[in-house]
Write a protein of this length. Structure first.
Length: 388
């Protein structure tokens, strides 16, 4: 795998670190857009939030944040469970989950493509991985049988909505997700869900959010579900992630979590609760409006070029482009763009077991100020237009 990666760059995160130094950073999916009017009011009150956090109890801010976040997500069953743990970031949640998977033993089926730090973290914890192609999950009518044809493993590790493709088992209702859960119950598999982009599924096609924890709990499946704030609100990476597990493994997961951290900052929890409340009040428009504007620009400025925008089932905060036959490889195109000052991510990293398959794909981050994003996309178009 390393032979096809940019020189001196071992993974996506290292490439993103380089891109952070650039004016035209379309690489990392972290939120870099400016504050909305409601969010600016939160920023103006930060000193007040600080002193509130200083004077209050840790448990008060934990419970308030959990309740606010799960209410925003429409996950009312999880609210009643009282089994949600908090960590500093999604990667910390993945480490905790990976430590549990290592104790569990056996192999884990990991979705492909996906963001490569999932693979890297699990491999660094000596968890043996088997690729699960995303197309296996394409149809509610066939997903059960498709999963049954895959190599036997002890757990399924899915990302929903997926990064980078925006694919979701829940985009058209509950059936596909219920079939995956049924498969895991009947075949005694642990179901691990990375739901860090799930906020973007709100109001898709006018549907009410599916209460996934209701489905999970009613089925009796063993599960770990991870959620996050880090890719949603522009909070300069002052974030928090959540882990909820089925009752049979909750205590063991809690024991691992307390070996990793004591608590998340009460100030961070207090601030984030206000950001989530603001999104409840404005219908999430301050976030989705920026992404919708930028996706439209990305779609228009790549029209007629070697890049072909893939419409996602869920409009996540990244855009996924297929390269046509006139284009060079994704690795070569990424280098050309970087030399021109525009940073994107080649698909090779996302296809973690078959990087050569990712040579026909690139990912563009959308969570940017619209004017800056449009300028970056115009420069990107200049470069890719050289190829016909």
């Amino acid at each position: 795998m390393s032979a096809i990666l940019p020189v001196g760059t071992a993974d996506l995160t290292q490439h993103e670190i380089r891109a952070l130094r650039s004016e035209h950073n379309l690489a990392d999916a972290h939120t870099h857009q400016s504050q909305s009017p409601g969010q600016r009011r939160i920023v103006a009150s930060l000193s007040q939030l600080w002193y509130e956090s200083e004077a209050g109890k840790q448990s008060t801010f934990e419970q308030r944040f959990i309740e606010t976040f799960l209410r925003f997500r429409g996950q009312h069953t999880a609210l009643r469970l009282n089994r949600t743990l908090l960590t500093y970031a999604a990667s910390v949640s993945t480490v905790i989950t990976g430590m549990y998977l290592k104790r569990l033993g056996g192999r884990v089926s990991l979705i492909e493509p996906c963001f490569d730090n999932l693979r890297d973290l699990l491999v660094n914890l000596d968890v043996e991985l088997v690729p699960l192609p995303e197309h296996v999950l394409a149809s509610p009518a066939t997903v059960y049988d498709q999963l049954a044809r895959q190599p036997r493993t002890e757990a399924l590790f899915l990302v929903d909505p997926n990064n980078p493709t925006g694919h979701s088992l829940l985009a058209d209702g509950r059936e596909a997700f219920e079939e995956v859960v049924r498969f895991c119950v009947e075949h005694d598999r642990l179901l691990v869900l990375d739901l860090c982009f799930a906020a973007f599924a709100l109001n898709v096609k006018g549907q009410a959010p599916v209460d996934i924890y209701e489905i999970l709990e009613a089925s009796g499946v063993r599960y770990i579900a991870m959620e996050d704030t880090g890719k949603t609100w522009p909070v300069q990476d002052a974030k928090c992630a959540l882990i909820t597990a089925s009752a049979d493994i909750h205590q063991e997961l809690y024991d691992i979590q307390t070996s990793v951290l004591l608590n998340v900052s009460p100030f961070t929890l207090n601030m984030l609760a206000h950001y989530v409340d603001d999104s409840i009040a404005d219908g999430f428009a301050s976030v989705t409006g920026v992404l919708s504007t930028n996706r439209a620009v990305a779609r228009e400025l790549t029209r007629g070029t070697v890049l072909h925008h893939q419409e996602p089932a869920v409009p996540v905060s990244v855009a996924w482009f297929e390269l046509d036959d006139r284009a060079p490889t994704a690795t070569e195109l990424q280098r050309e763009l970087a030399e021109a000052g525009v940073h994107v991510l080649p698909g090779t990293y996302f296809f973690w077991s078959r990087p050569e398959q990712g040579e026909r794909w690139i990912r563009v981050a959308l969570a940017r100020d619209p004017e800056e994003f449009a300028a970056s996309m115009r420069l990107l178009r200049e470069v890719v237009s050289r190829h016909g």
